[in-house]
Design a protein around this ligand. Structure first.
Ligand code: ADP
Length: 528
């Protein structure tokens, strides 16, 4: 508008009205003539789409004349409303009225019609007031759709989680209440889902404080949850929980914290399974193995004893015939093999029952290796075993604290494997290296020119009972030797690994700490 032109009050009023964020109109109450309206009011009827009527021309004309063209569907009903307000003076108000929009879906309006009275109380005009709430209605619908989709998804997840054999709980950080439990959680804990959810986790995690009801140290169950609420992730922890009936369960529990967008812990998720039965079977198996290996040792010791007597007789003048000599040699060799297998079984059960302790004393590792090699040479057949000491002369001592019997066992296992898994006549090197830079540790290796280990199995061979796929049937064994080697080396706080090429040979390395006495005293004390 030109600032020079004089502006009337009416024009000011129009400017203001046209900028109000609502549709406003004034009607004559007697004949429903439109007296004044702002732009948004015309939007209400989409007047620009109405042929022959538009914003300018409807002014001064009764609603009854132009409304049927603007809103053919609702015209009659709207006229009734206008007339009723004009006659009764009762205001009319409606929400989310669907106003027609040509070819563009729908618009939603909240609108009202109020009577205006003169000084005599007569209704002279009607005021229309309406606001476009389309954006709000669409957003609300969208929100409802999303909400329904989320609920759908949640129901699906719950259905899936309810099928899992593992128990799952969600615990809220604010109050320690369980906010979700799946069906297996309820079954395992022996508490119905409805009694679990909404109740403090601590109430259900009544834990005993004693070491263990099942002879093994296991953590109280709430430990994993508290840890998770403190932001720590734990996987496969053995924990114990007391059921409402007083029975205890051994659980394998994993837990992790749940974070919000800002990174603070809002809760914890706990996944667990009941391993009580599994633990019982394991205990029985260990008890059986331990008993069986003890029982087997007695007869085998007797067989060996009698074989030795026969060997003594053979050594005397009369001697035994060659067939008997070969038979005795076989008895001795097979009994040795059997003794080794029984010993492996016994060591395994001791390890699993945490009964195996180390006896650290001061020894010369160089001498220990020489002794092992000497004893192995007897059974090495056509193999040649050579001691290669790097940076050492034959008389050098490599002193350190270690369990000599166990180090001998480690070396015996590695050397007898080298013999077993390499062809007759091939060379086996036992190495020892102790550098001045690292006087507190020694590197030992056993190198053979044998069948090697398939590359994809190298990482498996230290596992219990794993035997590689390139063995032939005559190579007997339980697959326990390397597992024991690894356990024994680890208990010495050392490291064992292998480098191998299938068809060419293998080198097993052992890095053994040569401990200092001061450090050891505590260790020995711990073990006893
Ligand atoms: P066992 O010799 O009784 O089978 P071990 O635990 O000592 O059990 O060894 C596990 C497996 O590792 C063996 O079965 C064999 O496949 C492989 N292995 C061990 N030592 C050697 C070696 N020196 N050369 C090739 N393979 C070996």
């Amino acid at each position: 508008m030109d600032s020079q032109t004089p502006v009337t009050m009416d024009e000011y009023a129009r400017i203001i009205l046209d900028h109000v964020a609502a549709g406003e109109a004034l009607f004559d109450a007697r004949d429903l003539r439109l007296l004044a309206a702002n732009k948004l009011f015309y939007r209400f009827f989409e007047m620009h789409h109405v042929p022959s009527w538009d914003a300018e021309t409807v002014i001064g004309h009764p609603l009854t004349e132009w409304l049927p063209a603007a809103n053919p569907a609702d015209a009659a009903a709207l006229i009734v409303i206008f007339r009723s307000v004009a006659e009764t003076g009762i205001p009319y108000q409606t929400e989310e009225y669907v106003a027609p929009v040509l070819n563009r879906g729908q618009m939603y309006w909240n609108w009202s019609l109020h009577p205006v009275r003169n000084e005599h109380g007569q209704i002279v005009q009607l005021i229309f007031h309406g606001s476009d709430v389309t954006a709000y209605v669409l957003a609300r619908r969208q929100h409802a759709r999303l909400h329904a989709a989320v609920e759908d998804e949640r129901a699906r997840f719950r259905a899936i989680l309810d099928q899992l054999p593992e128990g799952i709980l969600l615990v809220e950080a604010t109050d320690g209440n369980i906010s979700y439990a799946n069906a297996s959680a309820a079954t395992i804990l022996g508490i119905p889902v409805q009694d679990l959810v909404g109740v403090s986790f601590h109430q259900h995690a009544r834990s005993h404080s004693s070491n263990d009801v099942h002879d093994r140290i296991a953590l109280p169950w709430n430990f994993v949850v508290i840890n998770a609420l403190l932001g720590k992730t734990a996987s496969s922890q053995e924990t114990v929980v007391v059921k409402p009936d007083g029975n205890t369960l051994i659980m394998l529990s994993s837990s992790a914290p749940l974070h919000n967008e800002e990174g603070s812990v809002t809760g914890a998720v706990i996944v667990f399974q009941d391993i009580t039965a599994q633990k019982m079977i394991e205990r029985q198996k260990n008890a059986f193995l331990s008993l069986a290996s003890h029982e087997l040792r007695t007869p085998i010791t007797a067989i060996m004893g009698f074989a030795e007597i026969l060997q003594l007789i053979d050594a005397q003048e009369e001697g035994l015939n060659p067939i008997s000599q070969r038979a005795i040699a076989q008895i001795v060799a097979q009994s040795d093999q059997l003794t080794r297998l029984i010993k492996e079984m016994l060591d395994l059960t001791r390890l699993e029952n945490a009964e195996l302790s180390l006896d650290y004393t001061l020894h010369d590792l160089h001498a220990t290796l020489k002794e092992v090699i000497e004893s192995q040479e007897i059974t090495a057949g056509e193999h040649s075993i050579r001691l290669a000491s790097k940076g050492l002369i034959a008389t050098d001592k490599v002193m350190g604290y270690f369990d000599e019997q166990r180090v001998m066992q480690i070396m015996n296992n590695l050397i007898s494997n080298a013999i077993k898994y390499s062809p007759n006549g091939s060379k086996i090197e036992v190495g020892l290296q102790c550098t001045p830079e690292n006087p507190d540790e020694a590197l030992i290796w056993v190198r053979d020119q044998g069948i090697g280990i398939p590359a994809n199995e190298v990482h498996l061979i230290f596992q219990r009972f794993h035997r590689a796929s390139n063995l032939n049937k005559s190579m007997s064994g339980l697959g326990l030797g390397l597992y024991l080697v690894k356990e024994l080396v680890t208990r010495h706080e050392g490291r064992v690994w292998v480098e191998s090429t299938e068809g060419e040979g293998s080198t097993f390395y052992v890095l053994l700490p040569l401990k200092k006495e001061r450090h050891l005293k505590r260790k020995t004390y711990n073990h006893k």
